[in-house]
Design a protein around this ligand. Structure first.
Ligand SMILES: Nc1nc2c(c(=O)[nH]1)N=C([C@H](O)[C@H](O)COP(=O)(O)OP(=O)(O)OP(=O)(O)O)CN2
Length: 174
């Protein structure tokens, strides 16, 4: 029986990471228009990731423990905060005397500075959180250092069972 040989450099493999500890509990409200929004509430958001990479001669793409560690750091940075979008066309953010005041329509919604995390997104939706976290993952020093082997990254954010937004990028080095 001839020995099967694989041309390792031609093999691309998708490493998928989906761990219960990749989550963050956060408050938010979705903005639907200049006058319509949800009431403030929270979710246990979940994060998952898939990296398509080249299998090297040693039979390894990269150490996925590094990926898991980076993803956990991203989740921890958003955990137990009230998330507010800095780039919404409908919300104005004012910081004053240790407070964050969110101005929406005729409402002025106060938060303590310590409880708020302002994010460079247009809305705190899963479809805005996913690309934000994907960009942060790509910029993570240990992930950027793997750029040569990584062909694509997908990152998903879920606000509840069975509903995900998946952001993807074709190359870390781009
Ligand atoms: N396109 C989007 N639409 C909505 C988003 C979003 O991120 N993107 N988010 C919301 C709210 O966060 C809302 O709280 C979601 O609640 P819901 O879907 O009800 O979440 P559940 O986990 O309770 O879902 P069930 O189907 O009720 O189990 C709204 N729209």
């Amino acid at each position: 029986m001839p020995m099967e040989t694989f041309v390792a450099e031609a093999i691309l493999t998708r490493i998928e990471i989906s761990k219960d500890y990749l989550n963050f509990s956060a408050g938010h409200f979705t903005l639907f228009s200049a006058t319509e929004r949800e009431n403030l509430h929270g979710h246990n958001f979940r994060v998952r990731c898939a990296v398509t990479a080249q299998v090297g001669e040693g039979g390894l793409t990269f150490d996925y423990v590094i990926l898991k560690r980076a993803l956990k750091e991203l989740c921890d940075a958003l955990d137990e905060r009230m998330l507010l979008p800095l780039e919404s066309p409908y919300l104005r953010i004012e910081r004053r005397d240790g407070l964050v005041l969110a101005h929406f329509a005729d409402e002025r919604i106060p938060f303590l500075d310590r409880d708020v995390l302002l994010l460079p997104i247009r809305n705190v939706t899963i479809e805005e959180l996913a690309p934000l976290l994907l960009g942060r993952l790509r910029a993570h020093p240990e992930i950027a250092a793997m750029a040569a082997a990584i062909r694509a990254i997908e990152l998903g954010v879920s606000s509840g069972q069975g509903q995900w937004a998946i952001a993807q990028s074709e190359s870390v080095s781009a």
